[in-house]
Ligand binder design. Structure first.
Ligand SMILES: Nc1ncnc2c1ncn2[C@@H]1O[C@H](COP(=O)(O)OP(=O)(O)OP(=O)(O)O)[C@@H](O)[C@H]1O
Ligand SMILES: [Mg+2]
Length: 610
C-alpha cells in the first residue's frame, strides 16, 4: 500500500495494471478491432496474389486471359478494404475517446478521495498534467497502437508466409534483411520521439515564461524585471529553434534511409529472382509478386516500429498515472466504522455509525501534530469545549492556528493524542458524519464557477431560494449581493476573480452556515472585510453562533472580544487561555497583542479624522 506518496510501480507492472484497467470495460471493442484488423491484413496481403495470378495468366494465355475477372477481383478487394479501414478507424477513434474518459474519470474520482497531505506534496500543475495530457497520450497510444499492431503484425506474418510459400530460398534472403531494417526503423523512431518530447518540453517552458510575465506584469514592472524576462524568453526560443532543426533533420533522413534499405531488398529479389526466371525455375508472376511483397513489407514494418517505439516511450506516463491511482487515501473510515455503516444501511438505523447526533463536547487531549514526521507544529494541546461555546484562537503568523482548525475538521489526524467528540475518539465515527456537521470558512476562500446563489447553496443542496437569502442576510452579505447588477444570479468567474476577497469571504460564510452545522470553523473569515461591514457582521453574528460550537481565528482582536474562551497560541503551544477581560487583567501575551493593535487602530483613526 502506498501512503500518499509518489509510488513507482515496476515498468511491466504498470502496463499490466493499465491493460486490465482499459481492457475489461472495452473488451468487446478490442475483440471487434482484432477481427477487423485481421481481415484487413488478409485483404492487404491478397492484392499481390491477384497480381501474380494475372501476370501468370497473361504469360500463359496472352490476351485470351480473363481480364474482366481480375478487374472484378481487384474491385471487390478495394471495396472491402475501404469498408474495413473506415470501420477500424472509427473503432480506434471511439476506443481512444472511451479510454481517455475511463482514465480521467478514474483519476478524478481517485483524487477526490485523497487526503490533504497528498496535495501538500503534489503541485496542482503536476496533477493537472497527469489527468489531462498523460491520460490523453496513453489513450491515443493504446488505441491507435493496438490498431496498428493488430493489423501490422498479422500482415507482416502473412507476407513472410507467402514469400516462403512462393519460393523459400528467395524468401529467406528478404527475411534476412528484415531484422536489420526493423532495427534501423526502431532506432530512428525512438530518436524522433525523444527529440519531439524535448521540443514539447521547451515549448511548454516558453508558454510558462510567457504566462508568468503576463500574469505578473504588474510585479515585473514595479521590480523592473522586463529585461530579465526577455533574456529568459530569448534563451528558450533559441533552444527551441535548435531542437526543431534537429527534429527536422531526423525526420527527413528517416524516410530516404528506409527506402534505400527496402530498395536493396527488392533489388536482391529482382537479381536472384530474375536469374531464376531466365533459368525457367520461377514464373514471371511469382517474381512480380515477390518484388511487390518485398516493397509491401515497408508499410506495416514502419507502422509497427513506430507504435512500438511510442508504447515504449509512454511507459513513464503510464507509470505516473498508475502510480497516482495506486496511492491510498490516508484518512479513511476505520474498518469498524465501515462495518457499522454497512450494518446500519441494512437495518435502516438513523445514525449511521451508532453515535449520538447532538454534539455536547469537543475535547483535544494531549494532541501533537506535524505535517512532516520530524517537524512538530503543535505540541501537547489540551482543550475542552462545551456545547454552544465560541473559542477564539489568536497568535502570531505561523503559530499553528489553522493547523488546530484542520485537525478538528479531520483534514489531518493528530500524530499523538486524541480528539474526542462527546468523549469518543473522532476516528471511531465516520468522516461523513463529522463533515456533514461542520461549516467551514477557510483562510483562502474559494468559490466555484457558477452563480452566487449556487455557491451559497453548495453548503446545503436542498436549500430553497429563501433559505439562501436568509443565510446571506445572517452574515450581512445580502445587501452587497443585491447591489451587484445581477444580484444572486451574478456569475462567479473562475476562482472568483470578479469578486473582492472580502466579498468571497462573506459568500463562503453564508455557504458555511446554510447547512446549519453544529460546529462552525472560521479561519480569518472576515480578515479582508472593511471595518464597517465587519461591525455589522458582528451584530448579526451572535445569532449565527448561538447554539453551535464555534472556532474563530482572527487577526483583528476586536472581532473576538466576546468569545467564551480566547486561546493564545505561540509556536505550536497554548500559552494563555481565558476571556477577554481575564486575559487583559493578566497583563500577559494577550494584553500586549491587544495594546499594540489598539494603538495602531487609534493612530489610524486619528490620522483619518485629522
Ligand atoms: N500544508 C503544510 N505543510 C507543511 N507545513 C505546513 C503546512 N501548513 C502549515 N505548515 C506549517 O505549520 C506551521 C503552522 O501553520 P498554520 O497555518 O497553522 O499557522 P497559522 O497560525 O494559521 O498562521 P497564519 O496566521 O499565518 O494563518 C507553520 O510553521 C507552517 O509553516
Ligand atoms: Mg492560518
Amino acid at each position: 500500500m502506498n501512503q500518499e506518496q509518489n509510488s513507482t510501480p515496476s515498468k511491466r507492472g504498470a502496463w499490466k495494471t493499465l491493460f486490465y484497467m482499459v481492457y475489461r470495460p472495452q473488451k468487446r471493442v478490442f475483440h471487434i478491432l482484432l477481427v477487423a484488423a485481421l481481415i484487413t491484413a488478409g485483404i492487404d496481403a491478397s492484392f499481390t496474389l491477384v497480381t501474380k495470378a494475372l501476370v501468370d495468366d497473361i504469360v500463359a494465355h496472352g490476351l485470351q486471359a480473363d481480364l474482366i475477372r481480375y478487374a472484378w477481383m481487384y474491385g471487390g478487394l478495394v471495396l472491402a478494404l475501404v469498408g474495413f479501414i473506415w470501420m477500424f478507424i472509427r473503432l480506434a477513434g471511439g476506443l481512444s475517446t472511451a479510454l481517455m474518459y475511463d482514465l480521467r474519470k478514474q483519476s478524478f474520482e481517485h483524487l477526490q478521495r485523497l487526503s490533504f497531505r497528498f496535495f501538500d506534496n503534489h503541485a496542482v500543475g503536476w496533477l493537472l498534467a497527469r489527468i489531462t495530457s498523460d491520460t490523453q497520450r496513453i489513450a491515443n497510444v493504446v488505441a491507435w497502437g493496438t490498431l496498428d499492431l493488430f493489423w501490422g503484425v498479422p500482415y507482416l506474418v502473412a507476407i513472410f508466409g507467402i514469400l516462403i510459400y512462393l519460393d523459400w530460398q528467395l524468401g529467406l534472403v528478404v527475411l534476412a534483411l528484415f531484422p536489420f531494417l526493423a532495427g534501423v526503423a526502431m532506432w530512428f523512431n525512438i530518436r524522433i520521439l525523444d527529440s519531439s518530447r524535448r521540443l514539447r518540453k521547451t515549448n511548454s517552458r516558453i508558454t510558462a515564461v510567457y504566462n508568468e510575465s503576463i500574469a505578473g506584469v504588474q510585479t515585473s514592472k514595479v521590480l523592473v524585471r522586463e529585461d530579465e524576462n526577455l533574456n529568459e524568453f530569448q534563451k528558450d526560443t533559441g533552444k527551441m529553434y535548435r531542437q526543431s532543426m534537429h527534429n527536422l533533420l531526423l525526420t527527413s533522413a528517416f524516410f530516404p534511409f528506409v527506402n534505400v534499405f527496402v530498395s536493396i531488398a527488392t533489388g536482391a529479389a529482382l537479381w536472384l529472382g530474375g536469374t531464376a526466371v531466365l533459368a525457367g525455375t520461377l514464373t514471371l508472376g511469382t517474381l512480380v509478386a515477390f518484388m511487390a511483397y518485398a516493397r509491401a513489407l515497408m508499410d506495416p514494418m514502419l507502422e509497427v516500429s513506430e507504435k512500438l517505439a511510442e508504447l515504449q516511450r509512454t511507459t513513464a506516463c503510464v507509470e505516473r498515472v498508475i502510480g497516482l491511482l495506486e496511492v491510498e487515501p490516508e484518512i479513511v473510515d476505520s474498518e469498524s466504522v465501515q462495518r457499522c455503516m454497512d450494518r446500519a444501511l441494512v437495518e435502516g438505523a438513523t445514525t449511521v455509525d451508532g453515535g449520538v447526533d447532538e454534539i455536547q463536547e469537543i475535547e483535544f487531549r494531549d494532541v501533537s501534530f506535524g505535517y512532516k514526521p520530524d517537524e512538530i507544529v503543535l505540541r501537547d494541546f489540551n482543550l475542552t469545549v462545551p456545547a454552544g461555546a465560541t473559542v477564539a484562537l489568536v497568535g502570531a503568523t505561523g503559530s499553528g492556528k489553522s493547523t488546530i482548525a484542520s485537525l478538528l475538521c479531520r483534514f489531518y489526524e493528530p500524530t499523538e493524542g486524541q480528539i474526542l467528540i462527546n468523549g469518543q475518539d473522532y476516528r471511531e465515527r465516520s468522516l461523513a458524519w463529522l463533515q456533514s456537521n461542520l461549516g467551514i470558512v477557510l483562510q483562502t476562500p474559494f468559490l466555484f464557477s457558477g452563480t452566487i446563489r449556487s455557491n451559497i447553496r453548495y453548503g446545503n443542496l436542498n436549500a430553497s431560494d429563501e433559505q439562501v437569502e436568509a443565510a446571506a442576510k445572517a452574515v450581512n452579505v445580502h445587501d452587497i449581493i443585491m447591489q451587484m447588477e445581477k444580484g444572486y444570479e451574478t456569475v462567479v468567474q473562475e476562482g472568483g476573480n470578479n469578486l473582492s476577497t472580502g466579498q468571497k469571504q462573506l459568500i463562503s460564510f453564508a455557504r458555511a452556515i446554510i447547512g446549519n452545522p453544529q460546529i462552525l470553523v472560521m479561519d480569518e473569515a472576515t480578515s479582508s472585510v472593511d471595518t464597517q461591514t465587519e461591525h455589522w457582521l458582528q451584530e448579526s453574528l451572535q445569532t449565527v453562533l448561538d447554539g453551535r460550537i464555534s472556532f474563530v481565528i482572527a487577526h483583528r482582536l476586536s472581532t473576538i472580544r466576546s468569545a467564551d474562551m480566547i486561546l493564545v497560541i505561540d509556536a505550536g503551544r497554548l500559552v494563555e487561555q481565558g476571556t477577554h477581560e481575564s486575559l487583559l487583567a493578566e497583563r500577559g501575551r494577550y494584553y500586549q497583542l491587544y495594546r499594540k493593535q489598539y494603538q495602531t487602530e487609534s493612530e489610524e483613526q486619528l490620522l483619518h479624522s485629522g
